[in-house]
Design a protein around this ligand. Structure first.
Ligand code: PHE
Length: 474
């Protein structure tokens, strides 16, 4: 490549951008609800163990590949394998996956933007109507919100690494932390708040079983943006002076901390709204929680703080989720952007235009698949029922393919690129790494049990999602 590769201007910029990618819708609502349903503190402990012992090594491997190659994922697999044809497939998957996840994530971000706007103009009462969401997603106004989100995301991406991604993260992430803490403090003062906290943190080990463990690991993998090519791409924008080992830990801690703290916002709110809530009945789906259940809770707050106060709380909540979603969306679109720029030698502007076109079409088709167009709504049939185009994208790319991509990273790094190279790369910027316990653990785990675990999760997810069967017997 002729021009020097653009890099993040500082370690903080890189960490905030990567943490911005990791902190997303999954952290703010999905994590707290699955923790509460699946054993509270017991789930939290298991989750932390998975993050430390499984996810962080995979994260380091992804980042090492990206930084060593100084390329997008497709280019990294090619370069580090000396253009071995077999490794083009994982490289291709590492680009296709973020492209498709971006489509799906865009759809949800558009809804969040719509709810943010509606809360802002004083329509919380309407948002709180349980039938609102079903109507909202099938109204043509969603296309206006879509344009709004596309403009914001593309403006950030157009700025490039320093002026776009890094600058946005430096503003959005601190703002997100402040809003989160503010909401937690407010919610903890509500009646019955402690009942929610209790369900969230008191461990119930009897709830743990194989499928909960599978769910916890999938959640951790997803939440840390692993298997999406994102960390590989972002790490290609840092220099050998930076410490990958330390950065990986910081990103994982930030992401997990935000997920944990989000629980202190969501659960007290749920239990103060309805102290009789049975955690078993909470719906696992983040979408239902964000767009149907939580608006009712916000509206109920008007008893204490009036309609305007309740609207402000709802607005801040949606702004928080929106910021989290935007930094994730930016990171995921950056992967195919980088690939187009490097592999096809086009400018950033052209790459973004091509992607806006391709993703735009798919996003519109997905948006039409909630009922607006019958054919798209019942396009597929698997896993015991008819599924929409959106369902398929979600099931394949969000749920199923990440562990497979993670598995490829482990196999590639350990058996093609080799341990020596990984250690060399990770030692750059982290002097004590070579010979440390961490090095021994990373090399051992990535070459043995982590790929096995990821393979089992992949097979089990395929079995449950597409064949209504489970390796674990339920
Ligand atoms: N970690 C993100 C989340 O929790 C997942 C994600 C990252 C999704 C990037 C899309 C793009 O929501």
């Amino acid at each position: 490549m002729s021009a020097a590769r653009e890099h993040f201007s500082s370690k903080l910029g890189f960490i905030l951008a990567a943490a911005g990618s990791a902190v997303g819708i999954g952290n703010l609502v999905g994590f707290p609800v699955s923790a509460t349903k699946n054993g509270g503190g017991a789930f939290l402990v298991i989750y932390a163990l998975f993050v430390i012992f499984v996810c962080i090594p995979v994260m380091m491997a992804e980042m090492a590949m990206g930084r060593s190659a100084q390329k997008d994922p497709l280019g990294a697999y090619n370069k580090l394998s000396n253009n071995h044809a077999g490794w083009r497939i994982p490289g291709f998957l590492a680009v296709l996956t973020p492209f498709m996840i971006a489509v799906f994530y865009m759809v949800i971000t558009v809804w969040i933007f719509g709810y943010l706007f509606q809360a802002g103009i004083g329509n919380l009462d309407q948002l709180a109507n349980p039938n609102n969401f079903g109507q909202f997603i099938n109204q043509q106004t969603v296309f206006l919100y879509m344009i709004g989100v596309a403009v914001i995301v593309n403006l950030i991406l157009l700025g490039g690494v320093k002026q776009g991604i890094e600058k946005a993260a430096k503003f959005l992430m601190p703002a997100l932390f402040v809003m989160l803490i503010g909401l937690v403090i407010y919610v903890l003062t509500l009646d019955n708040a402690m009942a929610g906290v209790r369900y969230y943190v008191v461990p119930d080990f009897s709830k743990l079983n194989a499928s909960v463990l599978n769910g916890a690991l999938s959640q951790a993998f997803f939440s840390l943006s692993l298997g999406m090519g994102i960390l590989m791409t972002y790490a290609s924008y840092i220099s050998r002076k930076e410490n990958i080992v330390g950065s990986a830990k910081m990103i994982a801690v930030t992401d997990s901390l935000v997920a944990f703290v989000a629980g202190l916002m969501v659960l007290p709110a749920i239990f103060s709204f309805n102290p009789e809530t049975d955690p078993a009945n909470l719906k696992e789906s983040s979408v239902n929680m964000i767009f149907v259940y939580l608006p009712q809770i916000f509206l109920a707050m008007q008893e204490n703080i009036g309609y305007t106060g309740a609207s402000v709380v709802a607005f801040i909540f949606f702004l928080l989720v929106f910021f989290a979603a935007i930094t994730s969306l930016v990171s995921i679109i950056e992967v195919p952007t980088a690939t187009l720029i490097e592999e096809k030698n086009v400018s950033r502007k052209v790459a973004l235009l091509i992607l806006a076109g391709a993703m735009g079409v798919l996003t519109i088709l997905c948006t039409l698949s909630f009922g607006m167009v019958d054919y798209l709504t019942t396009m597929f049939n698997y896993g015991g029922g008819s599924k929409s185009l959106f369902d398929l994208v979600y099931d394949v790319f969000y749920d199923t393919i990440l562990p497979l991509n993670g598995l490829m990273v482990c196999l590639f790094v350990m058996y093609r690129w080799r341990k020596i190279k990984l250690t060399d790369e990770l030692s750059q910027g982290c002097e004590g790494y070579r010979g440390s316990l961490t090095e021994k653990y990373v090399n051992f785990s990535l070459s043995t049990f982590i790929p096995v675990i990821l393979l089992i999760i992949f097979i089990n997810t395929v079995a449950t999602k597409f064949f209504s069967a489970s390796l674990f017997g339920f």
